[in-house]
Design a binder for this molecule. Structure first.
Ligand code: AMP
Ligand code: MN
Ligand code: MN
Ligand code: MN
Length: 280
């Protein structure tokens, strides 16, 4: 099957490699079609596209947008978006604008828990200071010896109910899907198996996503179990959504899957790329 990876991050958001390095790694590992989908930012796309041409692989302009839906944070990937689209650029700028304030509040909270200087510490890991994220705080907590790894940093400090967690209002689902569609892209519900919601709420999410204009769902992604793959293959068919796949690569040894090593998508799925000229 075609080695295709439609979800990855660079140092323009919370990945550790530059866009050019992400593309080089994808190419080395046999990936033929790659989307860079940095959180809330399009900054890395031109450099990634240039590198993809040099390496002879197909490149898909992407983004992963942070959304608040029904009190939950969810992620919506946009594929084949126009990086020059002004409405999308402005929308993403508005999503990013609250990040520094949230980071300051997180640092204040961590200080109360006895951890000093976490904001400069986190910023030192941010390749793009405009896109400061919890991942950068996690890397600081590991580096300063507070926790042994990124996973523990999230478990002990950066999730709901722990010091260092600050709730945040992200973008509206309808707005985000509209930005993506108006920029010529296709909206994909990212890693649905990661949302800790029951069956009824998942169905409501799929109904709302589809009503907003969403067209696809990630069926194969790094922390989907084989059961998730079966579940979302079925739900995609039921809700007439296309299926996508992506590693959610953040960097070598960063916990999520590495680029170009995903299980095949089940044959029953209709791939999000079924009508893309570059793969057909
Ligand atoms: P933010 O958008 O700043 O809230 O950060 C979200 C990012 O944190 C995600 O994109 C992941 O890269 C990372 N993340 C969230 N939860 C975990 C976790 N349990 N373990 C490792 N990384 C996580
Ligand atoms: Mn991330
Ligand atoms: Mn995500
Ligand atoms: Mn991601």
């Amino acid at each position: 099957m075609l080695n295709i990876d439609l979800h990855s991050h660079s140092s323009c958001s919370d990945g550790t490699l530059t866009p050019g390095q992400v593309v080089a790694r994808a190419s080395e590992r046999g990936c033929k079609v790659l989307a860079l989908t940095d959180h809330d930012v399009l900054l890395g796309l031109p450099a990634a596209r240039k590198a993809a041409i040099e390496h002879g692989i197909h490149f898909v302009d992407g983004v992963e947008v942070s959304v608040s839906w029904d009190g939950l944070t969810i992620h919506v990937v946009g594929l084949n978006v126009d990086p020059d689209n002004a409405e999308l650029q402005q929308g993403l700028a508005s999503v990013r604008s609250g990040r520094m304030r949230r980071a300051e509040a997180m640092a204040a909270d961590l200080l109360r828990a006895g951890i000093a200087d976490s904001l400069p510490g986190a910023l030192a890991f941010a390749g793009n200071k405009d896109m400061i994220s919890r991942t950068h705080f996690a890397r600081f907590l590991v580096e300063s010896g507070k926790v042994k790894d990124i996973k523990t940093a999230f478990k002990k400090y950066l999730v709901k109910g722990k010091p260092g967690y600050v709730p945040h209002q992200w973008a509206d689902l309808n707005d985000v899907v509209n930005w993506i569609r108006n920029a010529g892209g296709r909206a994909v519900l990212a890693h649905p198996g990661r949302y800790q919601i029951g069956k009824a709420r998942m169905q409501r999410l799929l109904v709302d996503f589809k009503a907003a204009g969403g067209e696809a769902v990630e069926v194969v992604t790094s922390n989907h179990t084989p059961e998730h793959v079966i579940q979302f293959t079925r739900l995609a068919a039921e809700y007439e959504l296309l299926a996508s796949c992506g590693s959610d690569f953040h960097g070598p040894g960063e916990g999520y899957a590495d680029i170009g090593r995903l299980p095949d998508m089940p044959g029953a799925c209709k791939p999000v790329w079924h009508d893309w000229a570059i793969v057909n």
